[in-house]
Design a binder for this molecule. Structure first.
Ligand SMILES: *[C@@H]1O[C@H](CO)[C@@H](O)[C@H](O)[C@H]1NC(C)=O
Ligand SMILES: *[C@@H]1O[C@H](CO)[C@@H](O)[C@H](O)[C@H]1NC(C)=O
Length: 474
């Protein structure tokens, strides 16, 4: 085993040197490719775990400027940063820069997922996902989401004096995903999916060395199990649809199964449905739960923000018959709360960054990005740029008033034609959850404010809080 690894590590640099040698005449960005294959992966991952990844990036920019080369997760990479870089990346067409995740992510989530597809395939799959995730369709699920949130709070929060926010937020977002996206109700099956799913996502940011003891291998095996479970669910739903026992609008899977092409065949293959359902799970699970957790942390630290949020929600409660579910119109009134969420996303973006691939030799900022190299972008550089967001370390939700944020600088949801299609879903889920939390409870933090990145931000001990119920208003 170690011999295989040694040979592998020995051969990789030779291949890479051969391929780099061809282009040595052109001007590559500054920086070093580091140790072959591993490159700077370990160093970046270590910085993320220590929550110093932003400093790690800033140090890089100080040393080499906003464009530099390095090697990450097995590939030569160019790191680009700043508003112009974001615009360039998000608006280039896929014959120049295509979407391509690292090998680990691609192998774990499957090669037909939307992050991997380009051109016509990307349009077809994206439009299928959007047909479910667009506001006009999601509107009808607000009440159902509200029901899930209430049930979750009854079981896991009410009557408790101390809770840990992050694990509960994960349970909640997973329950919402299972119910709204997969029509998978409570019970053993949901639990089996969640267990495999957790294991699967652990290896997404890992060095792709497929040996039995690696995180990567463990995630690949979990991914196979998740895919098999999803295939079972798809088979069952297809039968239900044929017998009209399920409706196309019931959940994401029935919706994707019901989309037809010109020949009246299913427009998406089974693998496309499976891989994209996994992407939606990953994207929706980690990101929204982190957002909800960090809003809870913020509200504990900033009493004035908490008071303003509470006021917004109590007005909505007062305007409704007691016990009635929230509606789309109620969510439209939660403007301040959503600005608080946006500012939280700016300061602590759940997504650290992403990867693309150069489809041809590209010139950017006076440097060459060679064909086949990875391009690495990150959210924090523009989010914390004082020339875009004055006093960037200050929490100030009014930054998001009146649409004054310049384009391609707030990139928590990406940008351009590939901007996150789950934006609206995340907004509904977050607002409904915060509504019930602030109208039912006040809370105090029971640990310090520190967190690490793995690769999403994880607060110390999962953010334990002391929970105090409010007097019921009704
Ligand atoms: C995990 O590693 C074992 C041993 O090398 C290998 O046989 C297996 O195929 C790997 N699993 C996956 C899913 O690649
Ligand atoms: C946004 O617009 C309103 C009304 O014009 C104004 O009162 C407010 O100060 C503006 N906010 C910011 C942050 O510019």
């Amino acid at each position: 085993m170690n011999i295989i690894l040694a040979i592998f590590l020995f051969l990789t640099p030779i291949f890479l040197l051969l391929s780099w040698g061809r282009r040595s005449s052109k001007r590559l960005p500054p920086g070093s490719l580091g140790i072959p294959f591993i490159g700077q992966s370990i160093s970046l991952l270590r910085a993320m775990r220590a929550n110093t990844a932003e400093k790690w990036l800033e140090a890089r920019i100080r040393k080499y400027g906003p464009i530099s080369k390095l090697s990450l997760f097995g590939k030569p990479t160019v790191f680009i940063s700043g508003q112009a870089a974001n615009k360039f990346l998000f608006t280039s067409d896929s014959s120049t820069i295509s979407n391509r995740q690292t090998q680990s992510i691609r192998m774990i989530l499957g090669d037909r997922n939307i992050f991997e597809l380009n051109a016509e395939d990307h349009k077809r799959v994206r439009s299928a996902l959007v047909s479910f995730l667009k506001p006009e369709s999601l509107k009808q699920y607000v009440g159902k989401m509200d029901k899930e949130v209430r049930r979750h709070l009854e079981i896991h929060w009410q009557g408790k004096q101390q809770v840990k926010v992050l694990p509960l937020a994960k349970t909640l977002t997973f329950d919402i995903i299972c119910s709204i996206l997969f029509g998978l109700e409570r019970g053993g099956r949901r639990e089996a999916v969640v267990a495999c799913f957790q294991e699967m996502i652990e290896g997404m940011w890992s060095v792709p060395i497929n040996l039995p003891f690696t995180r990567y291998n463990c995630s690949l095996r979990a991914s196979e199990r998740v895919q098999n479970m999803l295939k079972d669910i798809i088979r069952e739903k297809r039968v239900e649809l044929e017998h009209k026992a399920a409706s196309p609008h019931q959940d994401l899977i029935t919706c994707l199964l019901s989309i037809r092409n010109e020949d009246n065949e299913e427009a998406l293959t089974v693998n496309e449905i499976v891989h994209n359902v996994m992407v939606v799970m990953v994207a929706g699970f980690d990101t929204s739960s982190v957002l909800i957790t960090f809003i809870m942390r913020l509200l504990a630290n900033e009493p004035a923000v908490y008071a303003a949020v509470v006021q917004e929600h109590e007005e909505i409660t007062k305007s409704k018959p007691s016990g009635e579910f929230l509606t789309w119109e109620d969510l439209a009134k939660m403007k301040y709360t959503w600005r608080v969420a946006m500012e939280t996303l700016r300061m602590i973006p759940p997504v650290f960054g992403g990867f693309r691939i150069a489809q041809k030799d590209i010139e950017f900022g006076g440097y060459l990005i060679p064909e086949g190299w990875q391009i690495f972008w990150t959210t924090s550089i523009t989010h914390m740029d004082g020339s875009i967001f004055p006093e960037p370390s200050k929490f100030d939700p009014s930054r998001f008033e009146n649409q004054t944020v310049p384009p391609y600088s707030f990139v928590a949801f990406g940008g351009g034609p590939r901007i996150c299609p789950g934006y609206e879903f995340a907004r509904i889920e977050t607002l409904v959850t915060i509504h019930h939390l602030v109208t039912q409870f006040t809370w105090k933090l029971r640990a310090d404010n520190s967190f690490c990145r793995d690769p999403t931000p994880v607060p110390t001990q999962g953010l334990p809080i002391q929970l105090m119920p409010k007097k019921q208003l009704y």
